[in-house]
Design a binder for this molecule. Structure first.
Ligand SMILES: [Zn+2]
Length: 477
């Protein structure tokens, strides 16, 4: 078996209002309108560091168990390319914001080598025989998170990135709904072992180390897995693997050679003279650390105590807003019912429209009302789902979101049957299905579901199946 070592450099766009070294906006706009003398690199202009970006990068450092450098400086990485109007990029070489961290995936620990701040270059749009440049991107703050080569398979790289993204979402440092908010360079080296016959020693294993290949600029965790899988197949066929940089093509699902890999020294780094040593006070550091939101893994452990299935908890943990709503609902309602309403029904409806909870202005108060109606047996889970679907639909159509009761009135919803009426149907069904009743009483649990189904049918589904189950059991057990 070949030995695979994978390391990742993850570029994450930080969620700031303005760029890293100027006051230009980071929001979406017509190409080349969010620009100024600084981010276009006019002579004589000086960068001013965005404190918010430093704070967000430090939050990542704390979330990944890093050592935080409270004193750091910036460097100029010199290269000539049209996406870089200054001919250099301001980044950090010697003193990253944070270093020596870790992220656990399952029982494996992936070491984080460093986290540093840098500015994004402009966006290059390649057309058939010309190139367009959008300098709106130039100067957008990025945190680069670099791992040690601790990952052992493309699958593991994907799981690592998904976990990392989840953490970054929960500490509110990046908005992953924005295009290009996570871009990854993945490096991979493969050591092969070959059986070789030596006439003195007999069969021996010969070790053959391949050169480190870097695949640049892959967007998202799934693409990283695909690119690495392709790269392993490609390298397996080669006798000699040379050190180089390759590009991943999402359309053809292949990597192509870009250049022989250059060493970091070749970039001719110099200190950035316009940004001298920056020192963050102990007080600010403590504030950042103590205000760090609860991490998803800690939340998960806490939610498990509520007797909710892991699947439901994992769904809640796909979105920090869902967990926030969940905690609010738990203040007044049963944890399990709240979790199911959010993770099963609301999330399903949101997914259908490709929406996030934060986009849709459904209020906690309205969800509480739906839970009330369920608790009083006035609606079933099915009806709760229909109400949520209608409310999300209101949002999609640009209308004011209706109250749950209004939705019920508009649907001409008839109240479920009263208990005494349901009991009549239950007794009917028991009388008409003697075989199923006998089966159930002799230990065949499945027959109960059949009986519940029969009652539901008879009542035109205007009852809560839980209630039916309860009544049937009280008659038969
Ligand atoms: Zn600017």
């Amino acid at each position: 078996m070949p030995e695979i070592k994978i390391g990742l450099e993850v570029h994450v766009q930080l969620n700031t209002e303005s760029k890293l070294f100027c006051s230009c906006s980071t929001s979406q706009a017509e190409p080349n309108t969010n620009v100024c003398d600084v981010c276009l690199g006019f002579p004589g202009t000086k960068p001013v560091l965005n404190e918010k970006a430093v704070e967000l990068a430090m939050k990542i450092g704390y979330a990944l168990d890093c050592k935080i450098n409270k004193k750091f400086l910036f460097s100029r990485k010199t290269y000539f390319y049209p996406d870089l109007a200054k001919n250099f990029q301001i980044t950090q070489l010697e003193t990253p914001i944070a270093s020596n961290g870790k992220l656990k995936i399952g029982d494996r620990i992936i070491r984080i080598r460093r986290i540093h701040l840098e500015e994004d270059p402009a966006k290059i749009i390649r057309e058939n025989n010309y190139v367009l440049l959008d300098y709106n991107r130039s100067g957008i703050p990025l945190a680069e998170i670099v791992t040690e080569p601790d990952l052992r398979s493309p699958r593991e790289a994907r799981i690592f990135l998904q976990k990392l993204q989840q953490i970054l979402e929960f500490i509110y440092v990046s908005d992953f709904s924005k295009e290009g908010s996570m871009r990854v360079d993945a490096n991979i080296s493969i050591t092969k072992y070959k059986n070789k016959y030596d006439y003195k020693k007999g069969w021996i294993k010969e070790k053959k180390e391949g050169g480190r290949v870097e695949i640049k600029n892959i967007s998202g965790a799934k693409e990283v897995e695909k690119a690495l899988n392709y790269e392993i197949l490609r390298q397996k066929r080669l006798e000699q693997i040379k050190r180089e940089t390759r590009l991943w093509n999402e359309k053809t699902k292949t990597t192509v050679s870009a250049r022989e890999k250059e060493e970091e020294e070749e970039y001719g780094y110099i200190f950035e003279p316009d940004l001298p040593f920056i020192e963050i006070s102990e007080e600010i550091l403590n504030k950042i650390q103590s205000n760090l939101p609860e991490l998803p893994e800690t939340k998960r452990k806490r939610f498990l105590k509520y007797n909710i299935s892991e699947e439901i908890i994992d769904t809640l943990l796909t979105d920090p807003e869902l967990t926030r709503y969940f905690e609010y609902l738990c203040e007044t309602h049963n944890e399990k019912a709240s979790a199911i309403l959010l993770a099963k029904y609301l999330k399903k409806t949101l997914n259908y429209h490709n929406l996030k909870l934060k986009d849709v202005k459904i209020e906690v108060r309205q969800l509480r009302r739906i839970l009330d109606l369920m608790q009083q047996y006035l609606i079933t889970e099915d009806v709760a789902e229909i109400i949520l679907r209608e409310m999300v639909n209101d949002y999609v159509k640009g209308k004011k979101i209706r109250e749950p009761e209004q939705v019920l009135r508009d649907l001409k919803y008839e109240k479920p049957l009263e208990e005494e009426k349901i009991r009549k149907f239950v007794l009917d069904v028991i009388r008409e299905n003697t075989k199923a009743v006998k089966d159930y009483q002799s230990g065949e649990k499945k027959s109960l579901d059949y009986l519940i189904g029969q009652v539901m049918k008879k009542t035109g589904r205007r009852v809560d199946p839980k209630k039916v189950k309860e009544l049937l059991k009280s008659e038969l057990d």
